[in-house]
Design a protein. Structure first.
Length: 423
């Protein structure tokens, strides 16, 4: 049985010891004096943290000072990891009198989100050195902000019970409203944001050797067009999202706006996905932004079946299907979940198992979009078998470290038309 278990890789230089020393020497050889100065600063920071640790320890009976990383290098983690943590605290988890201090990654995926978090949580640059040091000092782990392996998942379903912890200022609301009108969307007109993950974003961030790793999560943006065309007939505007995209949209409909290709910004990436009626997209970092702002989402072309977003009571999901070359048929839901294939995400893993990843069809996406819009409008008419199909589908899912609530739905028409996937 496959199990895609992941053990966190530590980046702690004190644990890596000799390796850290060798890397430091190489850094100086390559970077010269600047790298040497950076290394001196790092050692000084660790020394400062070690000097102050007794004070932090002595404060423990009064307040537990904790240090944590704000994961800013990817927009998904930056949007939802701190939001889920704060929402869990609101629900009585991570209890106790604490003072949490954060540091950020050197790279920031979205400056607007970082600005909003800096107005909400406490940042202290020296926290990074405490976080490094506390991983090796006895009792130090108590002073680290707790993290889970699946920190981008609302495992315990707290988001729909709490209010969002970040908000736009009055100036930002005005700026966003004006931007919508500049994009051609009249004031008060409903709009949706949609996005299809492709290789272009990571191509700008990773080496060519790694580009194909996540190919199974990609999808064709053109397959979304019939669905958004239908939405425009129902009075919605549709904005195509994406920081970097592989191709422009091929549409003539003025209500479908290729925002990703006409001068996107960090601010509008957040504002638009926070204010849309609902979000339509495949698995990618930006889908965590509407989740953070409690915007209903239609998740399509989802590769990792066991990691479907299960926690949104207004959310709908469509998984990709897996064709077995050996069996000459699609794998069933129980086969995927019982084998551990439901957690696999890398292209070569599916190749080694002789599996072809099959995208949702334009028809499947369109039917799910219609269901989403009508459910939100209160006009959806369920078929007699829909409730039973939903219960049967979710009954296959294990309750574990990534799933403990099952509030979302799978597209009704998708389940009706794929009865063979139940096994």
């Amino acid at each position: 049985m496959l199990r895609n278990s992941r053990s966190p890789k530590t980046k702690n230089p004190l644990i890596r010891g000799p390796r850290y020393i060798r890397k430091s020497i190489n850094r100086i050889r390559v970077g010269g004096s600047k790298a040497f100065i950076d290394l001196i600063g790092e050692v000084s920071g660790l020394s400062f943290a070690l000097f102050l640790f007794p004070v932090v320890f002595l404060l423990r009976p009064v307040v537990l000072v904790r240090f944590g990383r704000m994961p800013s290098h990817r927009i998904g983690a930056l949007a939802c990891a701190p939001e889920i943590f704060l929402s869990e605290k609101d629900q009585g988890m991570h209890s106790g009198r604490t003072l949490d201090l954060f540091f950020s990654d050197p790279e920031c995926a979205n400056e607007q989100l970082m600005h909003m978090w800096r107005s909400t949580v406490r940042f202290a640059p020296f926290s990074r050195y405490f976080a490094i040091l506390l991983r090796v000092l006895p009792g130090g782990e108590k002073h680290l902000v707790p993290r889970r392996p699946f920190e981008q998942r609302d495992t315990f379903g707290v988001l729909h019970k709490t209010q969002c912890h970040i908000a736009f200022t009055e100036e930002e609301e005005t700026r966003g409203s004006e931007a919508l009108q500049e994009l051609g969307i009249p004031h008060g007109t409903p709009f949706v944001c949609f996005h299809a993950r492709d290789h272009a974003y990571l191509q700008n961030r990773l080496s060519g050797d790694t580009l194909g790793f996540h190919a199974g999560r990609d999808s064709n943006i053109q397959n979304y067009i019939p669905a958004v065309e239908e939405l425009t007939r129902r009075g919605y505007y549709a904005l195509r999202m994406g920081a970097v995209v592989a191709e422009a949209l091929e549409v003539e409909n003025p209500m479908i706006i290729d925002y990703a290709s006409i001068g996107r910004s960090d601010f509008l990436d957040v504002y638009l996905t926070a204010k849309c009626t609902f979000y339509l997209g495949s698995s990618a970092g930006i889908d965590r932004v509407p989740m953070t702002f409690r915007v209903p989402s239609l998740h399509v072309n989802y590769l990792m079946l066991e990691l479907l977003p299960t926690w949104g009571p207004d959310d709908i999901c469509l998984p990709k299907k897996l064709w077995s070359r050996e069996k000459q048929r699609f794998l069933t839901f129980p086969e995927i979940l019982d084998s551990g294939i439901g957690r696999l995400e890398l292209h070569h893993q599916f190749e080694e198992l002789g599996l072809d990843v099959v995208e949702n069809t334009p028809e499947e996406i369109e039917s799910a979009v219609i269901e989403m819009q009508e459910r939100l409008d209160g006009t959806w008419q369920a078929a007699p078998e829909d409730h039973e199909l939903q219960e049967k589908f979710w009954s296959y899912f294990p309750t574990n470290e990534c799933n403990s609530v099952f509030l979302s739905r799978v597209g009704a028409n998708f389940l009706r038309c794929n009865s063979e996937l139940f096994g």
